[in-house]
Structure formats: structure tokens, C-alpha cells
Write a protein that binds this ligand. Structure first.
Ligand code: ZN
Length: 104
């Protein structure tokens, strides 16, 4: 199993599939399935029926999980897709953007 190097709250860009090119924030990581849920990506429309009287039935938009290998992190500094490099700064390790060197 490949380790997911994406965390909740990361900005990512979709690399393949119907949402290719879309960016969004990771709202959940599912390590067991090697999948992530990205806001506004792979959205499924669900018809929700009214359960109570007076309630209207609605179409609910819900992002569904996609494989983590189909997304790539986006650097918040330069806005470019990047695979973060690990840099040792003193006694701690930080993730940096390979493109602009910003700590991400
Ligand atoms: Zn950058």
C-alpha cells in the first residue's frame, strides 16, 4: 500500500478523470482505501426525498472519494502543482515546494 502524502486541508489539483484540472481543498483522507475527498470534486448528486411533511425533496451534492494518486498538491505560494520535498531544518523536517522553495 502506498502512503498518502496528502493531508486534510491541503490544496490539490485533479490529474485525471472527469474533474481533471479542478482544484480544491482536501476535506478527508481515507488511508485504508488510498483515497481522498476533495471539496467540489467527483461530486455525486443524490436525490433526497422529503421525510417529513412540509419538507421539500432536494438534490444533494456530495463529493465522493477519489484515488489519492489522481491528485497532486498545489503549492499555496506559487499556485503550481508540486510534489513536496522534505528538507531538514535544524532538528525538524519540513515540506517544501520544489518549484519555489516555500514551506508548505
Ligand atoms: Zn511553490
Amino acid at each position: 500500500m502506498k502512503k498518502i502524502n496528502i493531508k486534510k486541508g491541503d490544496q490539490v489539483i485533479v490529474l485525471s478523470g472527469k474533474d481533471v484540472g479542478k482544484t480544491g481543498e482536501v476535506i478527508a483522507v481515507l488511508p485504508k482505501e488510498s483515497k481522498v475527498i476533495v471539496e467540489g470534486v467527483n461530486v455525486a448528486f443524490r436525490h433526497q426525498k422529503a421525510r417529513k411533511q412540509g419538507e421539500e425533496s432536494a438534490i444533494v451534492k456530495k463529493p465522493t472519494p477519489i484515488y489519492a494518486c489522481k491528485v497532486m498538491r498545489v503549492c499555496p505560494k506559487c499556485g503550481k502543482p508540486t510534489r513536496p520535498a522534505t528538507k531538514v531544518m535544524g532538528d525538524k523536517r519540513v515540506r517544501v515546494c520544489k518549484k519555489c522553495g516555500a514551506e508548505i
